[in-house]
Ligand binder design. Structure first.
Ligand SMILES: O=c1[nH]c(=O)c2nc[nH]c2[nH]1
Ligand SMILES: [Zn+2]
Length: 439
């Protein structure tokens, strides 16, 4: 048994509905056995009940639930930084040429390692990962993910039109390769499978039906895709599906809109789409850095909440600007501020919820991870800025835990991630200053 002593904060309830959702223990204790939290509370109390547990002293840092990134592309880590374009040009010039390189499993393995290491070193413990178009690159990805111990929900991306021929599949092949990957990887270690057509623009009705067949055959796999990101994209989808009521309709007709479905972006939804998503408990992955970088628009969070659509956060690497969920939270805050009275004022508790518990719920993993409740897995990130940094100064002068949390979202970066655990297993530890290779 291990007892972690730390200042910890979490949001077991949603601050959008519960006013005091942020729970804080300034000198807290989390007792962990076999990767699960056995007791949680003030350190002195937990210690008194478990005097023999080994103590890990994390005082001086802040312990948060591990971040949950609900939309991030594995093949795009090397093409981050493609600025100055909107979605369709960015796909064509910046992104799809790189995605084609993953046909080589050796190349794919190197990219998978870079990607997984970036997740862990940014404090992300669970991710819904948009995969590669190549089944071989997904084999490699799941092998590497299993080695790291991160929780990944991932799937082969499928498309059968309008990308580039080498990225296209057929409905039959999408079904056969998807089935084989599900049978091999879904539920193995900490991996789960997500059926993943790239977007309706690059998917025929027959391909979406093949995805629906997989979802019916394996009802507990997840589903993810893109929706309503960019006005030109939306217009093209409506032209490609002339009978469709809106962008969601082709997904809905194929049986892909469920409580285990996560649709990325949804910047330009209709009221009908929001109503259907809410009725099916389908989640939206809000990706504010990507929406800013690709000029996609300002996410209508208020309309989502009013319609009852569940929202979580995603970095959308490489349309986004990196793997930090702290940065993603801050950008979500900025964009709601820019919306003025149409925006939702977000406080630090909202940002923590959106980047942790909301993600767990979107992935139907709410009973396992996302907060520090008793019975949950010990998935955690310890944030501790290096001495003398601006964040260190500001944290030392914060007058409340809530203000400390706001400071972490405002100034925190990858360099402030000190340690990360998944299911009690260490998956990342920052190299102490002065001990870096080459120093
Ligand atoms: O942000 C995005 N990134 C992508 O790779 C993509 N593909 C389709 N639509 C997309 N949107
Ligand atoms: Zn995306």
């Amino acid at each position: 048994m291990t007892l972690y002593r730390a200042t910890f904060m979490h949001t077991p309830e949603s601050p959008f509905t519960a006013p005091d959702a942020l729970q804080v223990q300034e000198d807290g204790g989390l007792l962990v056995e076999d990767g699960r939290i056995l007791a949680s509370g003030p350190y002195a109390e937990v210690r008194a009940n478990s005097p023999r547990a080994e103590v890990v002293d994390l005082r001086g840092g802040v312990l948060l639930p591990g971040f949950i990134d609900t939309h991030v592309h594995y093949p795009q880590v090397r093409v981050l930084g493609g600025l100055g374009m909107q979605l369709l040009e960015w796909l064509d010039k910046n992104t799809l040429p790189e995605e084609a390189r993953l046909s080589d499993p050796t190349y794919a393995r190197a990219v998978a390692r870079e990607f997984l290491s970036a997740l862990a070193s940014n404090g992300t413990t669970t991710a819904l990962v948009f995969g590669s178009h190549y089944a071989s690159a997904m084999e490699v990805f799941f092998e590497e993910a299993t080695r790291t111990g991160l929780r990944v929900v991932a799937g082969q991306v499928v498309s059968d039109r309008l990308l580039r021929p080498e990225l296209h599949t057929t409905p039959e092949r999408a079904y056969t390769e998807g089935k084989a990957l599900i049978e091999r990887w879904h539920g193995v270690g900490r991996a789960l499978y997500a059926v993943t057509p790239r977007f309706a623009l690059s998917a025929s009705e027959a391909l979406l039906d093949a995805c629906g067949a997989l979802m019916r055959e394996f009802p507990d796999v997840r589903f993810t895709s893109h929706i309503n990101e960019n006005p030109r994209e939306v217009q093209t989808v409506l032209e490609l599906f002339p009978g469709a009521r809106d962008y969601l309709d082709p997904y809905e007709q194929a049986g892909l809109v469920t409580h285990r479905s996560v649709l990325a972006h949804n910047v330009h939804p209709t009221d009908r789409e929001l109503g259907v998503m809410a009725a099916h408990r389908c989640s939206a992955a809000h990706c504010p850095c990507s929406n800013s970088a690709l000029g996609s628009g300002l996410f209508p969070l208020r309309r989502h909440l009013q319609a009852g659509v569940h929202v979580a956060l995603g970095t959308d690497v490489g349309g986004g600007t990196g793997f930090s969920m702290l940065k993603e939270g801050l950008q979500a805050y900025f964009m709601q501020q820019l919306l003025g009275t149409a925006g939702v004022p977000l406080g630090p508790a909202h940002l923590l919820y959106l980047s942790t518990r909301a993600g767990a719920q979107a992935l139907d993993l709410g009973d396992l991870t996302g907060d520090f409740g008793v019975g949950k897995a010990f998935d955690a990130v310890c944030l501790r800025p290096p001495e003398g940094t601006t964040l260190d100064t500001v944290l030392n002068h914060a007058d409340s835990p809530e203000r400390m949390l706001a400071d972490l979202f405002t100034l925190g970066t990858q360099q402030d991630v000190a340690q990360v655990w998944v299911g009690g297993d260490p998956v990342y530890r920052r190299v102490p200053a002065g001990q870096e290779v080459g120093v």
